[in-house]
Design a protein around this ligand. Structure first.
Ligand SMILES: [Cu+2]
Length: 113
């Protein structure tokens, strides 16, 4: 199969026609937020995100930690070992307070707007 100049132009035009659509998708793109775990604390401790966004917890500590919504069990990352990370997507609005399962005094919250 040969590609003629006309085919090439047609393909180009189709690509251009799709650009506004692609831009609309990009505008709605979900954001990934990072919560750092260090010195037995979540940072930021209180995070506000948009529905559909993802939170990634990065453990920069020497101990294993987790992020667990103890009141509603909406999410539980399980143990995140030192140097590792875990992610959770929040599809709908709500307030989520959470803690580290091994260290109950490590508390933080995520508000999904
Ligand atoms: Cu912990």
């Amino acid at each position: 199969m040969t590609t003629t100049r006309r085919d090439f132009l047609r393909t180009g035009a189709a690509t251009l026609a799709a650009l506004p659509f692609l831009a609309a998708i990009a505008a709605q793109a979900q954001t990934t937020h990072t919560v750092t775990i260090k010195n037995f604390a979540f940072s930021p401790a209180d995070l506000t995100i948009a529905a559909g966004d993802t939170v990634t917890w990065v453990n920069e500590d020497r101990a294993a930690h987790s992020a667990w919504q103890d009141s509603g069990d909406a999410f539980d990352t399980g143990l995140i070992r030192p140097g590792e990370s875990a992610s959770q997507t929040f599809p709908s609005a709500g307030s989520f307070s959470y803690r580290c399962r091994p260290h109950g005094n490590m508390r933080a919250s995520i508000t999904v707007g």
